[in-house]
Design a protein around this ligand. Structure first.
Ligand SMILES: [Zn+2]
Length: 377
């Protein structure tokens, strides 16, 4: 448009155009120098551009229109600065960020706006932040496979686990692990809080374990006791079977059992046990005070205290056969008393060298102790 032709008519027409535009001061100059006007208008043109540029620069400023998802959010002075702020926003979140998904990144368009036009950096940043989806990565500590709580970093999680394992009692079922958790919520708690919770669980588990061990020990003791009782019961049945036969004979003399209860044989003839000397009788344990009857009729030849035998009764059955009844609680007969198998001669006791109520029965043939179980079945 500002290219000037050498053609005079054309130039006149151009002058007309300029006049119309009101640039009157140029006209005279143009009329006087129609023959050599080649360069002057060009300078004027450049001056005009400079002038317009200056006016533009004074009145306007370049800004970026920020558009997100087709919505114009406003202006920013610098897109670098907005990007930097966005990065700061991403980098200064608490916890470990797995990802930040910003639905739509802003688009920028350079524009000239009035110098007084405000920019909206803060509002635009907030809008972009609001539309972003943050995925946090936390580290859950698992106990026996179940997630208990989460901390923000793997280092914290590992530190907690190693602390808890350091003095973990063997046998306590407290298996620790670490699991990564991705969530849009920030669930990580502080290392101290997480440790406190887990340590509480560990103590509870330890107590539970110790209680269980104590219970098992009690059970074991109870089982042993039950086994001993069962053993005693079987022995009592065996003894009762002995008692139930209750008879026999020595050289044709009928014998009867000295007790009417089912005693427990606690020591047999000839056993040494803890005594270190030979046991000369048969120990029949039964309740204190149980009536004692002679194994056959005869005459009482001893009734009274005899050292380790305690209260003792000796019945002579003739033919060199005697029966001895020791550790009696009380004696009902005296020397010379004639007795039958129905005579209650004494009561079971624990006198002399005895650890509990029982009848020590001895059978002597010609002065020698024999095994009563050879004759009493
Ligand atoms: Zn004995």
């Amino acid at each position: 448009m500002f290219a000037i032709s050498k053609n005079k008519e054309y130039n006149n027409a151009y002058v007309t155009i300029l006049r119309r535009k009101g640039v009157n001061f140029i006209l005279e100059g143009l009329r006087k120098h129609t023959k050599d006007i080649d360069f002057k208008p060009l300078g004027i043109t450049l001056l005009s551009i400079l002038f317009l540029g200056t006016v533009t620069f004074i009145k306007y400023k370049p800004v970026y229109t920020v558009t997100v998802s087709g919505e114009a959010l406003g202006y920013v002075n610098s897109k670098e600065e907005l990007n930097k702020n966005l990065n700061d926003y991403i980098n200064h979140r608490e916890g470990t960020i797995a990802s930040i998904e910003i639905a739509n990144m802003p688009e920028y368009k350079l524009e000239l706006v009035g110098r007084k036009q405000a920019t909206q950096e803060k509002r635009i940043l907030e809008k972009i932040e609001d539309s972003s989806v943050i995925t946090y990565k936390t580290y859950a500590i698992t106990v026996n496979g179940e997630k208990v709580n989460e901390v923000n970093t793997q280092i914290e999680a590992e530190s907690i686990v190693s602390n808890l394992q350091s003095d973990l009692k063997e046998g306590v079922e407290f298996n620790l692990g670490i699991a990564e958790v991705l969530s849009t919520e920030q669930n990580g708690i502080s290392q101290d809080s997480a440790f406190e919770v887990l340590n509480g669980m560990k103590l509870a588990k330890t107590q539970e374990y110790e209680a269980e061990q104590a219970r098992l020990e009690q059970e074991r003791i109870a089982r042993e006791r039950a086994a001993r009782l069962e053993q005693s019961r079987r022995a009592a049945i065996a003894a009762a079977q002995v008692g139930s036969y209750g008879s026999g004979n020595i050289g044709g003399m009928n014998l009867s059992y000295p007790l009417r209860t089912s005693p427990l044989i606690t020591s047999r003839f000839g056993e040494y046990g803890s005594r270190r000397y030979m046991h000369t009788g048969l120990d029949l344990a039964t309740q204190m005070g149980t009536a004692i009857y002679p194994i056959a009729s005869g005459t009482v030849i001893f009734a009274g205290w005899d050292g380790s035998y305690g209260n003792k009764v000796v019945v002579d059955h003739g033919n060199g056969v005697q029966s001895w009844y020791a550790h009696c609680n009380s004696i009902n007969v005296g020397v010379g008393t004639e007795v039958t198998t129905d005579t209650c001669i004494a009561a079971v006791g624990s006198t002399g060298n005895s650890t509990g109520p029982h009848l020590h029965l001895e059978i002597r043939i010609n002065g020698s102790a024999v095994n009563p179980q050879n004759y009493l079945y």
